[in-house]
Design a protein around this ligand. Structure first.
Ligand SMILES: Nc1nc2c(ncn2[C@@H]2O[C@H](COP(=O)(O)OP(=O)(O)OP(=O)(O)O)[C@@H](O)[C@H]2O)c(=O)[nH]1
Ligand SMILES: [Mg+2]
Length: 267
């Protein structure tokens, strides 16, 4: 599980939002609804801080889909999309921060679910590697204050999960918010993840592994066999297969995305 407890992470996020002028909420462009953190937004509203949504990992989603989300989310908060990793779209982020800053210099907190790319964004804004990043969710432990530009201070924070989701491992897996090695039994969460991936990208498994099946459990078996995850006696080690599927999802090797019109009626 994350290297810092969620109650501690929330305490830090609350402190950091309190001392910032602007909140940058980072979400994952592949799954904007599941990685939008309503509790973070509520907290920002309660503390009277303006919010900008940054849809990161845009390199994994087609541009027309990104534009639809920008328009949809833009009804609530100014929204930009970017790929911090590939350094694309980041100029628009800087412009958005400057345009919505209540004062200059501005202190901006960077908040959101684990693993959405908060620390990678901090590094981009600074122009060098100052914040530790990792494919493992829950990497950042404490806050980190970085003067990114003469007029911009950014504060990195640990990823936070709303309280009512913290025990739902399958949901956290879908959100890419949990380290698979910390899950006691990853099989059920992996089966749910497989169903969600197939719903939005029926070709995902064929593209990644060259195999597929209508039945998620059989698919997991086939993946385990193909990757050589076998128990003594030759049966497939389903747990290992499940953890590997979850890891591939976290690493962006299994891809899906969807449009607002596919999931919300008022899009
Ligand atoms: N494809 C893609 N991957 C990205 C992008 N930005 C970050 N990542 C990857 O996502 C993973 C998580 O990035 P971090 O910056 O550590 O995420 P974080 O939000 O700080 O995570 P925590 O500290 O665990 O809450 C890393 O493997 C990054 O390389 C992006 O724009 N595109
Ligand atoms: Mg981080």
């Amino acid at each position: 599980m994350p290297r810092v407890s969620q109650s501690e992470a929330w305490r830090r996020v609350r402190d950091v939002i309190e001392k910032s002028d602007l909140v940058l909420e980072v979400i994952d462009a592949r799954d904007p609804l599941e990685t939008r953190n309503e509790d973070v937004e509520k907290l920002a509203r309660r503390l009277g801080k303006p919010v900008i949504i940054a849809m990161n990992k845009a390199d994994l989603v087609p541009i027309d889909v990104l534009r639809e989300w920008k328009q949809y989310l833009g009804r609530d908060y100014p929204t930009v999309f970017l790929s911090a990793k590939n350094r694309l779209g980041t100029r628009k982020l800087i412009v958005a921060i400057r345009d919505h800053a209540p004062r200059i210099p501005v202190t901006t907190s960077v908040v959101g679910y684990p693993n959405v790319g908060k620390s990678t964004i901090i590094n981009y804004l600074k122009g060098k590697h100052v914040a530790e990043t990792s494919p493992m969710p829950g990497w950042t432990i404490g806050e980190q204050i970085v003067r990114a530009k003469t007029w911009l201070i950014v504060i990195d924070t640990p990823g936070v999960v709303p309280v009512d989701e913290q025990k739902d491992e399958a949901l956290l897996v879908i959100k890419g918010a949990i380290d698979p090695s910390s899950i006691e039994d990853p099989v059920v969460p992996a089966l749910k993840l497989i169903m969600r991936i197939k719903r939005f990208n029926p070709r995902a498994f064929m593209e990644r592994y060259g195999i597929d099946s209508e039945d998620p459990e059989e698919l997991l078996n086939l993946i385990g066999k193909k990757r050589g995850f076998l128990l003594r006696g030759g049966k497939v080690n389903l747990r290992e297969a499940a953890a590997s599927v979850i890891r591939d999802w976290i690493m962006g090797k299994l891809v899906y995305y969807y449009r607002p019109s596919e999931v919300v009626s008022n899009a």
